[in-house]
Ligand binder design. Structure first.
Ligand SMILES: Nc1ncnc2c1ncn2[C@@H]1O[C@H](COP(=O)(O)OP(=O)(O)OP(=O)(O)O)[C@@H](O)[C@H]1O
Ligand SMILES: [Mg+2]
Length: 574
């Protein structure tokens, strides 16, 4: 909690003023019944109209003041609560941005979304309640008790039974509800997970006609959430009736004993009325407190979920005095092995090879042969398990991570564009790029041929994920976006798989002729894409099967020859 408190800094004033104003409001609430008892016992008893008017006016003024304090306090409380939540959300979002791929694998995307939305909201609401209810209830009780004892101490002894009894009942309910609330949060997580997975994959769901099956899966989790919520509520609903019974019993007791006193003349009728008002206030305060504790339980679950994120250290750590600049685009792997965090299997084993700056390296191999895994180690998206990756003469772990990733452009196999305009997407690579530079990159990636046809050109809208482009168009735009970085190394992970052969050939030609000084790593399933590479790595089950140029591999590598021949046949068949 201490760790989170620093996020309140900006809203400190509100966080302090809100409870102070709340206490003032409580005071007003407490004074009013007292004034009322005076009106009854003195004003009405003595038929003193002036006194009644005077106290009546004071009562109205107090009520208005109390209301004003209340409104301002609520307003400040909301400001502090939601401001606090916004700060936490921002910090958590920043933290997630710094996460390594391994960290994200560990948390899962849907859980991170729930934490950033649901949990942050809960924290905001609970904070707001803490500033108001948690202040209001105890003060209300304290002041009302003081007033009750001042008016008539012997009569006030009824509270000695009523208050502990209520406290015991509330504690019991809270004790029962607590684990259910915790459970509810994980259930919310599970519902969100399925919503997120489904909405991102909605097209796949529809094309496989999986709607019904998915609805069932959703229903099962949704029902589980509902049932837990209902179980929790089944305890909570007892709270109000039970409290009502206690309140009314207490009122009856007070009327019974107090009534006798009034008859005997040792207590004013007005005093009795105000006494009953104080009973209600005390009981309401207890109820408010119990509601607050319940929210606090939910809040504490959310706080621990947020802290889990904030306390996670990125798997990828930066050394002190990191190197900022790549000397050149040379790459060498020295006996590299890799195991995905949380898994046991070595997906890369004993990988050693080097390429020079400016060279084209092709990588081919069956699916699952760890091609993507291998290249992810170059911009340090994951760290090696054993061995080392040397880029530009320096171990990747010695670089400033941002600098390294700026100079190594990576077109991911699962690429995605972001909502905005085409220009904005291209500027991801270089914020200050001019339209000319963008068009140049689009041309190299063979994307200009379709972009130039849009009436709005670079202002053309990109929908979320780039869903308004075809697979091949998206791939070409992703390549252009990577080129915008003017990198020393560019990696294309199967980035032309959806592009037709002719266009692919044009892209490869542009890469070879126009990016002479850039090291190019091109992963492909198609021999034709990488055939002209200086050297080609043939991957097989996480190991290098062979390494050399097309001619050498045709002689030496049975796997390469097989892939080549199967694709030649494919061509012959067409
Ligand atoms: N994030 C991950 N966590 C755990 N295991 C993973 C992860 N990503 C990939 N793997 C595993 O690593 C192995 C190699 O996967 P990789 O994606 O590198 O293959 P690939 O050669 O790129 O395949 P493709 O040609 O289909 O893209 C696979 O067995 C896969 O199951
Ligand atoms: Mg891959």
């Amino acid at each position: 909690m201490k760790k989170l408190l620093k996020f309140m800094k900006k809203y400190k004033v509100y966080a302090i003023l809100s409870p102070i104003l709340m206490i003032l409001e409580v005071m007003a609430d407490i004074i009013i019944p007292y004034l009322m008892s005076r009106i009854v016992d003195i004003g009405i008893a003595n038929r003193d109209i002036d006194y009644i008017v005077k106290l009546g006016l004071i009562m109205i003024a107090t009520a208005i003041l109390g209301m004003a304090f209340g409104i301002i306090s609520s307003h400040f409380g909301a400001k502090a609560g939601y401001g606090f939540a916004a700060e936490i959300r921002e910090e958590t979002f920043k933290k997630v941005q710094d996460f390594s791929f391994a960290n994200i694998d560990q948390f899962t995307v849907s859980s991170l979304i729930t934490r950033l939305t649901n949990d942050c909201n809960t924290i905001g609401q609970v904070t707001m309640m803490s500033l108001r209810m948690a202040i209001r209830a105890p003060f209300m009780m304290l002041f009302a008790l003081i007033m009750a004892f001042t008016i008539n101490a012997p009569l006030a002894r009824v509270f000695m039974v009523a208050v502990p009894l209520t406290a015991i009942i509330i504690s019991f309910i809270l004790y029962k509800v607590r684990p259910l609330f915790k459970k509810m949060q994980t259930r919310v997580d599970r519902v969100n997970a399925i919503i997120q997975e489904n909405l991102t994959g909605i097209r796949v769901v529809k094309s496989f006609n999986r709607q019904e099956r998915e609805e069932e899966r959703f229903k099962e989790r949704n029902d589980a959430l509902r049932d837990t919520a209902l179980r929790a509520i089944s305890f909570v609903i007892f709270l109000i009736p039970v409290l009502n019974i206690i309140i009314y019993s207490t009122i009856i007791a007070v009327l019974w004993f107090g009534g006798q006193k009034v008859v005997l003349g040792t207590m004013g009728g007005g005093e009795l009325i105000s006494f009953i008002t104080y009973i209600t206030q005390i009981m309401m305060a207890l109820m408010m407190l119990s509601m607050y504790f319940m929210q606090l339980l939910r809040g504490s679950a959310s706080v621990s979920r947020i802290l889990e994120v904030l306390n996670t250290k990125s798997e990828i750590k930066q050394v002190a005095n990191p190197v900022k600049k790549l000397k050149d685009g040379s790459i060498s792997f020295n006996n590299v092995s890799f195991i995905y965090p949380g898994s046991k299997d070595k997906v890369l084993d004993g990988i050693s090879f080097s390429i020079n700056s400016g060279e084209i390296l092709g990588i081919i191999g069956s699916t699952g042969s760890s091609k993507s895994t291998l290249v992810q180690l170059i911009p340090r998206l994951y760290d090696v398990t054993e061995g080392s990756v040397i880029v530009g003469g320096t171990d990747v772990r010695k670089y400033d991570i941002k600098a390294l990733r700026n100079q190594v452009a990576f077109v991911l196999q699962k690429n995605t564009l972001f909502s905005g305009t085409l220009r904005e997407n291209m500027q991801w690579g270089n914020e200050n790029a001019s339209d000319e530079q963008i068009i140049e990159a689009l041309k190299q990636a063979q994307a200009w041929e379709f972009v130039s046809k849009y009436d709005d050109g670079l202002d053309h809208r990109v929908e979320q994920g780039g869903d308004n482009f075809s697979g091949g168009q998206k791939q070409r735009l992703s390549i252009a976006r990577a080129l915008m970085k003017s990198p020393k190394i560019i990696i294309l992970d199967d980035s032309t798989s959806a592009v037709d052969m002719t266009t692919d050939a044009k892209i490869q030609y542009a890469f070879k002729e126009e990016l002479k000084n850039v090291t190019k790593i091109i992963i492909s399933q198609r021999v034709s894409t990488i055939q002209h590479a200086g050297r080609i790595l043939v991957m097989h089950e996480g190991r290098i099967e062979s390494f050399g140029d097309h001619e050498t591999l045709m002689k030496k590598s049975p796997i390469y020859r097989e892939i080549y021949e199967s694709q030649q046949k494919g061509v012959a068949l067409e």
